[in-house]
Design a protein around this ligand. Structure first.
Ligand SMILES: *Cc1c(COP(=O)(O)O)cnc(C)c1O
Length: 423
């Protein structure tokens, strides 16, 4: 039996309808931007394995840091104890985060980073004796699959079965070009008509919605409206963080800064699950009290796992090398050239580029569902051509590891262009 066949006996995969999906491809090895399956077929990982892996698969530098930490102190509980890797990582993040971020809370994944931010926003007002229980979020947002994160997420495809079981969320339009005023007005009205605790958003790029982009000045305006009305702002940088937009954080494009930030995905270079939620000092202070009950009673068993912290520290030092910054600039330049080449193609409706993110919307007559037939056809075409891309409805996006070679990137573009012929 192949690994792919054995897999089907006991394993349940994410976002998968097992009855209609092909068996999962068993990957046995990875190096740089490449992956190999059990038949030695080669694939270019053009989405950095769901946006987690900027520095390449099986990265030796991160692996060495992990090994060293594993054989020094692999894990220790974080309640009542601390350790140097967590402290060093906190110090390192303080150097690169917006200056207003002063406290950080560890968890395991993007969804938990969001849960922590939402719970902190809600409990902040509880601790102050105020009743603010509504969260504001964008249409088509994605913030994760746990209940709080799901509530904030707006892609109904993912959350349909759970409607009516969520915390209160009001949704506003994304300030894409031409829709800015509508978005600002909706935010003002939402705040006026509800007891809003916080506004959560993916800054500048909505990843899971298909790399939907909007301008920094619009987000600045939305943040200002929140500040005027004492509504917390939560920047979910789980996808956008660590260089994807061309700057370390998407928030680095902003004049206004969010009150809280959520980090995960590329934090550990795609090696060990870890997430961090960061806060302004005055948020922490609303929990700092003689009253035990005002503390944040939230935690996860593997909070601040030292091995994860060591992986994050190694990843951050890679991100900060000139070589990696040059790679990000190189991919951006390459994307812009491809955009210039492809945007007038008759099957292309729109294109957009930010940092290492490229997205292209295919001209279709009907609206395509998230995991619809066009999407599946494209996905299979890419796999047959040795490229891992996961289109969203009729949107094809590329988000490669920063170390992808020019030759590999050109091959991805060629296959994307060929794919337009089959639609
Ligand atoms: C992926 C993602 C999440 C959820 O992260 P998980 O690690 O999958 O739980 C949350 N927010 C954004 C913006 C994401 O892209």
């Amino acid at each position: 039996m192949t690994l792919s066949e054995k897999d089907q006996i006991h394993i349940w995969h994410p976002y998968t309808q097992h009855k209609t999906s092909k068996p999962s491809i068993a990957i046995v090895r990875g190096e740089g931007a490449l992956l190999w399956d059990e038949n030695n077929t080669e694939y270019i990982d053009a989405i950095a394995s769901w946006w987690v892996n900027p520095y390449g698969h099986s990265n030796q530098f991160i692996a060495d840091a992990i090994y060293k930490q594993l054989t020094t102190l692999e894990h220790v509980l974080f309640g009542g104890f601390t350790h140097e890797p967590a402290i060093l990582l906190a110090e390192k993040l303080m150097e690169i985060l917006p200056k207003n971020q002063q406290k950080l809370f560890f968890s395991d994944n993007g969804s938990t980073a969001v849960e922590v931010a939402i719970k902190v926003a809600l409990q902040y007002f509880f601790n102050k004796g105020e009743k603010k229980t509504t969260i504001i979020a964008f249409e088509n947002a994605f913030h994760g699959d746990t209940f709080g994160a799901m509530a904030a997420s707006g892609i109904s495809f993912f959350t349909e079965a759970f409607q009516g079981m969520f915390i209160d969320v009001v949704r506003i339009p994304v300030p894409t070009k031409g829709q800015e005023q509508e978005s600002f007005d909706a935010l003002r009205n939402s705040i006026k008509n509800n007891n809003c605790a916080a506004f959560i958003f993916e800054p500048l790029v909505q990843g899971a919605a298909g790399m939907v982009m909007f301008a920094p000045d619009s987000l600045d305006k939305l943040i200002q409206i929140c500040q005027e009305n004492k509504v917390f702002t939560i920047a979910d940088e789980v996808m956008t963080g660590f260089g994807k937009t061309g700057k370390t954080f998407a928030c680095d494009y902003l004049i206004e800064k969010p009150d809280m930030m959520c980090l995960s995905k590329a934090l550990t270079g795609g090696t060990i699950p870890m997430a961090i939620t960061t806060f302004k000092q005055d948020i922490f202070e609303a929990f700092y009290n003689e009253d035990t009950n005002k503390a944040l009673f939230h935690g996860h068993t593997f909070t601040a796992n030292p091995t994860g912290c060591a992986a994050a520290l190694a990843s951050l030092s890679l991100l900060q090398t000139q070589e990696m910054q040059d790679n990000i600039a190189r991919i951006n330049k390459s994307h812009l050239a491809f955009q210039n080449h492809i945007e007038s193609h008759p099957k292309v409706a729109t294109t957009r580029v930010l940092g290492v993110i490229f997205a292209l919307k295919i001209q279709t007559e009907s609206t395509e569902s998230y995991y619809g037939s066009l999407r599946n056809k494209l996905y299979n075409f890419f796999i047959e051509n040795g490229i891992i891309l996961r289109p969203v409805g009729n949107i094809i996006y590329i988000l490669p590891p920063y170390i992808i070679t020019d030759k590999q990137l050109q091959k991805v573009y060629e296959v994307v262009e060929k794919a337009l012929e089959i639609v």
